[in-house]
Design a protein around this ligand. Structure first.
Ligand SMILES: Cc1cc2nc3c(=O)[nH]c(=O)nc-3n(C[C@H](O)[C@H](O)[C@H](O)COP(=O)(O)O)c2cc1C
Length: 379
């Protein structure tokens, strides 16, 4: 058990999940504004494994373990998050206009299954506020991804124009961008995963993408394989890669998870709200399966960022072997604490060594065997 799990976690877990998040982010903001505290965080948690460097979509990453979207929705913490050992950070989701999100409570922990259920609904201060926070950033030691979404009350036909405006507002501040069409908490958003709708959004962004910045698309783990088969050739044309995956809103997966939690708790587990997306341990396998499928369908040509239920190096390595070039985490960070990114990076370095591999890129897609290795020269 880590120091965080013995000390801070019981305190934070005694609070409502969103209040705990606010306390945690306030502490990080405070550390950011006080150089000795920032230095201490860096000394405790920074990653010191130069052999874990990797290049994906033309960007150089000091290590392949990133922070997933949703933790820093307003880009207030970009100055301190790299000090926790992340190799990249994804900020947002940011919508063009500010919006309050759904009423509270809107995040619920299910500790028995190491899961969270959230129905936040893109609560954020909007693109202008995010830009102002990013303008004051003094250094950028790791790549910054900016994840953009659609306002709740925006008509879907305006999606290409609105995504493009949000993109332009933040363009100079992001090293890569993510089109989020997979949050389950904005009604109808997932319909934008339909091929032609998504293509229109991507074309609107690429038209303005003068510096050819990598644009990823974040997908839902609930997409059926035939939808993926239809979508992926278009994404190979118009996007730099995909992120697999967002939270699940599959009623079966949620019911199975709550049943398991009830069995372990010995009494019923009732979230205080309907709906929402499940993250953490219950999405580990669905997300890894999706990574495997995307890698197989694209022959490994489309870079994949793997996210969902990563709690340790072995889980990160499973996603990399399934086809992810980079990984991200959110829920694991809540359950395991600030030492998790650097401990995963160290664990990955040890795994590479034990398999006689000299870089992360050599492990990407290994579980598919040689027939799917895109670097293999035909014999
Ligand atoms: C509280 C919470 C808020 C989230 N907000 C966002 C978001 O704004 N945009 C987004 O693309 N994903 C969001 N996510 C999804 C995560 O980025 C990630 O895809 C998902 O939680 C699976 O990873 P995990 O199991 O490591 O948490 C959120 C997840 C959680 C738990």
């Amino acid at each position: 058990m880590t120091l965080y799990e013995q000390t801070l976690k019981p305190l934070l877990f005694s609070l409502d999940a969103e209040t705990a998040h606010e306390w945690g982010t306030r502490a990080l903001a405070l550390a950011n504004s006080f150089p000795p505290a920032r230095f201490l965080v860096q000394a405790l948690y920074a990653d010191n494994t130069p052999e874990m460097k990797t290049t994906v979509a033309g960007l150089r990453f000091p290590n392949p373990v990133g922070l997933a979207a949703g933790f820093d929705k307003d880009c207030r913490l970009a100055g301190i998050l790299p000090a926790l050992g992340f190799g990249f950070i994804e900020l947002g989701t940011i919508t063009l206009d500010a919006q309050p999100g759904n009423p509270r409570p809107r995040i619920f922990r299910v500790p028995e299954t190491e899961a969270l259920i959230n129905r936040l609904g893109f609560n954020n201060a909007g693109a202008e506020a995010a830009r102002n926070h990013l303008r004051s950033l003094r250094s950028r030691p790791v790549p910054i991804g900016i994840n953009i979404g659609l306002n709740k009350d925006a008509p879907q036909r305006e999606a290409p124009e609105r995504y493009a405006k949000t993109f332009m507002h933040l363009y100079t501040h992001g090293d890569y961008f993510v089109v989020n069409v997979s949050s389950p908490n904005t009604e109808g958003l997932r319909r934008l995963q339909e091929k032609h709708k998504l293509e229109r959004i991507l074309l609107a962004l690429q038209e303005k993408n003068g510096d050819r910045k990598p644009i990823f698309v974040k997908l839902a783990p609930d997409l059926p394989v035939d939808a993926l088969e239809e979508l992926l050739p278009m994404l190979e044309e118009n996007a730099a890669g995909v992120i697999c995956a967002n939270t699940t809103n599959s009623p079966e997966r949620k019911a199975d998870m709550l049943e398991e939690a009830q069995r372990l708790r010995g009494r019923p587990v009732h979230p205080p709200f309907q709906g929402g997306g499940v993250s953490g341990r219950p999405v580990e396998d669905p997300s890894t399966a999706m990574i495997r499928e995307v890698y197989r369908l694209t022959g490994g040509r489309l870079p994949i960022i793997g996210v969902g239920g990563i709690f340790d190096a072995a889980g990160a390595y499973r996603k990399i072997r399934a086809g992810a070039s980079l990984v991200q985490l959110y829920t694991g960070f809540i359950y395991r604490g600030p030492s998790l990114p650097s401990s995963i990076v160290r664990g990955l370095a040890a795994l590479l060594k034990s398999h006689d591999l000299s870089s992360i890129s050599e492990a990407v897609g290994l579980s598919h065997g040689p027939q799917l290795d895109p670097n293999r020269t035909p014999s």
